[in-house]
Ligand binder design. Structure first.
Ligand code: ZN
Length: 274
């Protein structure tokens, strides 16, 4: 009789052990700065959790995963402080051509930012003779790039990819000012909590209206500003900011009080003004 009870107890303990397992399953991290850029040489392992504060914050990214080593040892990292006195101009540089228009998109809170992914592959830029297609755009609060040591209130990153797998990011600084209608539909459907799946944005968005009138740009070679911090990214930071109202900035800040990586050493790099 006693043995039977012990058996029942053992079975119960075993079952309890089993039911805990799904809760302990590895947490998955979705939404890198650029989708589809990862090389699949390693077996399927969920990427390490990273964040913007504490033990998994920017100063520790390079220690969290061997795929994140560039965050620690890279010499061409982003963002940077753009000092106007250090800008060089080059006749060889052609103005960037931006072919944005109306687009349909999906929106997601990926736990690191609000990301809007384009449904069709029509919007693109021409950079030094190469075509880069817009894949997604997302926001940082406060800005990641600095101009003369100053952060803007926010920064918008348009992430593009070329057919041969190169990345070009167009950064637009956002300052406190007038309400910006171009972001109305995104702001009204912005998920406050992390979402597993993307949500379809109602209607269309007008990408061109998200840019300042003057498209004069500053260029340098850098990296993704989120792990894996992969280098070889062509950065285009627009000289002129756009505006958003304090209420618009506050709405984003309530979800992401701080989702910016601090500026990184410029090193030997040149920053060129168009
Ligand atoms: Zn970004």
């Amino acid at each position: 009789m006693q043995i039977a009870w012990i058996t029942v107890l053992l079975v119960l303990v075993f079952m309890a052990g089993c039911t805990q397992r799904p809760n302990q399953a590895a947490e998955t991290e979705t939404g890198t700065d650029t989708p589809g850029i990862q090389t699949g040489s390693v077996p399927v392992v969920s990427p390490a959790h990273w964040s913007y504060e504490g033990d998994t914050g920017p100063e520790h990214w390079g220690d969290l995963n061997e795929d994140f080593l560039a965050c620690k040892y890279g010499t061409q990292q982003s963002p940077i402080n753009i000092k106007r006195s250090q800008l060089t101009s080059s006749d060889a540089i052609q103005p960037i051509e931006i072919h944005y228009g109306i687009a349909e998109a999906n929106i997601q809170n990926n736990g690191h930012t609000i990301q809007v992914s384009l449904k069709d592959a029509n919007p693109y830029i021409m950079l030094d003779g190469s075509r880069f297609t817009l894949a997604q755009f997302h926001f940082h609060h406060p800005s990641e790039h600095q101009i003369n040591g100053q952060n803007a209130d926010m920064e918008l990153h348009f992430v593009h990819q070329s057919e041969d797998g190169k990345t070009a990011v167009l950064g637009v600084l956002i300052n406190n000012g007038a309400e910006n209608k171009a972001f109305e539909s995104i702001w009204s459907s912005m998920p406050a909590k992390e979402t597993e799946e993307t949500v379809e944005l109602e209607g269309t968005i007008n990408l061109a209206s998200m840019l300042p009138e003057n498209l004069h740009s500053i260029r340098y070679n850098g990296s993704l500003t989120t792990p894996s911090c992969t280098e070889g990214v062509s950065w285009i930071v627009l000289d002129n900011p756009i505006e958003m109202s304090q209420a618009q900035i506050d709405q984003f800040a309530a979800i992401f009080p701080d989702n910016h990586r601090p500026v990184q050493p410029l090193g030997e790099r040149k920053v060129v003004s168009e």
